[in-house]
Design a protein around this ligand. Structure first.
Ligand SMILES: Nc1nc2c(ncn2[C@@H]2O[C@H](COP(=O)(O)OP(=O)(O)OP(=O)(O)O)[C@@H](O)[C@H]2O)c(=O)[nH]1
Ligand SMILES: [Mg+2]
Length: 254
């Protein structure tokens, strides 16, 4: 687990350059577009074909924030099928931020976020029950808080398919407000808001204030290049892919 130990340092300075690195876990059902979001952010690419993520993939994105603050966002792209597997809590543990992804055209993928969020809370020792008092947003228990609970973000993907929308914006907004999450609607396909979202997440983690003009600019400009990309983590359990079983039940998010 040497590699894992190294990557858990979610806010430590790197050796030579003063680049803070943050572990960000990307969770959500299969096919909601987690890998596509990561590919858009890091490579500015989109692939129409679906290739299921087995276990997890890693992506690294460097961004520069106002004040020349450089941060490296280390994305842990977790395969949707891992929710019933043994490794999920290990993957989540130590995250600085958690991005809960759903497909705006698939209501079930939104409803299942309750299960994913429960995993997050379990991983951080907050028990298995959802509910108030376990908020994940930046102003409560979020990253940088002394409790170490991660900054949590809701991310509705496939905004380019707005005509097929199955999750009302008001519904996701309610969930975000109730749980004190950041809330984004993006499209990995068009690239809409992907950079903006992660720029804001990076800023929140680094505690750097972004002026509105800066936020707007990020919607159209792709900022940083690829620094690293690795397929399945061969260091976790010797690269053995755990057995996945997705539970059939799900909790509704009202
Ligand atoms: N129209 C549209 N399709 C998308 C978008 N994002 C992803 N897709 C498509 O959705 C499918 C699934 O995308 P993935 O990124 O592989 O989904 P995933 O969440 O990583 O899935 P798992 O690895 O199984 O967990 C692919 O066919 C993508 O091309 C989007 O923003 N718009
Ligand atoms: Mg994937």
């Amino acid at each position: 687990m040497a590699e894992r130990k190294r990557t858990e340092s979610d806010s430590s300075d790197s050796d030579e350059e003063d680049v803070r690195q943050f572990k960000i876990i990307v969770l959500g059902d299969g096919a909601v577009g987690k890998t596509s979001i990561a590919n858009r952010l890091v490579d500015d690419q989109f692939n129409q074909s679906y290739k299921q993520t087995i276990g997890l993939d890693f992506f690294l994105k460097e961004i520069t924030l106002p004040g020349d603050v450089k941060v490296a966002l280390q994305l842990w792209d977790i395969g949707g099928q891992t929710i019933g597997g043994k490794m999920i809590n290990t993957y989540i543990y130590g995250a600085a931020a958690v991005v809960l992804c759903y497909d705006i055209t698939n209501a079930e993928s939104f409803e299942n976020l309750e299960d994913w969020y429960r995993k997050v809370k379990q991983s951080f020792g907050k028990g298995g029950k959802s509910g108030k008092g376990e908020k994940g947003g930046k102003d409560s228990d979020g990253e940088g808080s002394d409790s170490g609970f991660p900054l949590c973000c809701l991310m509705g993907n496939k905004m380019d398919l707005g005509h097929l929308r199955a999750v009302k914006e008001s519904r996701s907004a309610k969930f975000a407000v109730e749980n004190n999450f950041l809330n984004y609607q993006v499209s990995a396909k068009s690239g809409d808001k992907v950079n903006l979202a992660f720029h804001q997440i990076g800023a929140a983690l680094a505690k750097v204030m972004l002026p509105m003009s800066e936020q707007d600019r990020q919607t159209t400009i792709v900022t940083a290049g690829v620094t690293n990309y690795q397929r399945h983590d061969t260091s976790v359990e010797g690269g053995v892919v755990p057995e996945y079983t997705k539970p059939k039940g799900s909790c509704r998010i009202s």
